[in-house]
Design a protein around this ligand. Structure first.
Ligand SMILES: [Cu+2]
Length: 352
């Protein structure tokens, strides 16, 4: 029927103007070892690679399947190096569109079968803009991956590690002010069972729905016009200090006594920076094997040269909001990859 043709046409347009837009998490590497396709195995994988933009939505935490417990866990020891591998759709594709620049932030919470909402999260790693490159540039140059370290003092137990990409290509306007725009969050929650004899229990108590706000300059942010410095949203990286006075009781149970958080001064980065100056999409991948995200370079930020080259020729235009969900910036493209049957089913369910 008419509307089906319409959707096809729009889909073609969307694909043409933004052949590779969003991203989804494919799998996890532990100390450089591939743990295999983790989608719906140890990752609470959403049905598609679209973003979440509504800060009030529970989907902001672990995406739309946040309460769908995955059957397995990644096994790792405290102190191990993890890499979360992002891809556009599948392994070895283009990972994420070069327009989708922004930070990558990693969090941990005690395992829950719930959707992850509530004040349960602590930040374990973050990477924003280093004066030249965004975290997204780095994963595009490194097969979708960026290393971080499980805090070596983390108490043994089952956890959810949540990594998010925040894409800032439409975030000069708050989603609350214009649902067609806003920062695009790509949250992914991974089930990890951690071994070790540490005694640090995550206690930052961060609540995404309450503590991420449209007033945060790291969320409502103009990617195309900024002074070269970017403040990553959320707290300092968790210090992971254990209860030194009391005997260690390895447990993932939330502690009742919050540890004093003495925001530690992280040592400045010794990680090698890729010197990509060409546009990201055509640049040969720098031969970088490790990129630490635990350490945030705080040294002199310079003019954002990478921003200029990475800026899309055609910034994604505001798109017509779908009736079903208010967050719409990329929903159109998301839908474009779904079958007509699916679109038809949605319309049918809306009618119902
Ligand atoms: Cu997108």
């Amino acid at each position: 029927m008419h509307s089906n043709n319409m959707i096809s046409a729009l889909a073609t347009l969307a694909m043409a103007s933004s052949a590779a837009a969003h991203a989804t998490m494919y799998g996890v590497w532990v100390n450089g070892e591939d743990q295999g396709d983790g989608r719906n195995v140890y990752i609470r994988t959403p049905p598609n690679n679209g973003p979440v933009k509504d800060l009030a939505s529970p989907d902001l935490v672990c995406n739309v399947n946040g309460a769908k417990v995955a059957p397995d866990f990644v096994s790792a020891a405290a102190g191990d190096t993890l890499s979360f591998e992002w891809q556009h759709d599948n392994r070895d594709d283009d990972i994420i569109d070069g327009s989708h620049q922004g930070p990558i932030i990693t969090w941990v919470a005690a395992f829950t079968e719930d959707d992850g909402t509530g004040p349960i999260w602590s930040k374990v790693a973050e990477d924003g803009f280093d004066g030249t490159q965004w975290a997204v540039d780095k994963i595009k140059a490194n097969n979708g991956k960026q290393d971080f370290t499980i805090p070596s003092n983390l108490a043994a137990g089952k956890y959810i590690f949540r990594q998010e990409i925040i894409a800032h290509h439409e975030s000069d306007t708050a989603f609350a002010d214009n649902p067609a725009r806003g920062a695009q969050f790509y949250p992914s929650c991974v089930q990890v069972e951690v071994t070790g004899d540490g005694d640090a229990v995550p206690d930052q108590g961060f609540d995404f729905n309450a503590d991420y706000t449209y007033e945060d300059p790291g969320i409502v942010f103009n990617l195309y016009n900024f002074d070269g410095s970017y403040t990553i949203p959320g707290p300092e990286v968790w210090s992971a200090e254990g209860g030194s006075s009391s005997p260690a009781e390895p447990s993932a149970e939330p502690s009742t006594a919050p540890e004093p958080t003495t925001a530690p001064e992280e040592p400045s980065s010794s990680a090698p920076e890729p010197t990509a100056s060409a546009p990201v999409d055509s640049a040969p991948a720098p031969s970088i094997t490790t990129l630490s995200t635990v350490v945030v370079p705080t040294s002199a930020v310079t003019q954002p040269t990478a921003t200029a080259t990475a800026a899309p020729e055609t910034p994604e235009a505001p798109e017509t909001p779908a009736p079903e969900v208010p967050e719409e910036g990329c929903k159109l493209k998301r839908r474009s990859r779904k079958s007509k049957r699916s679109a038809k089913a949605r319309r049918a369910s809306r009618m119902a």
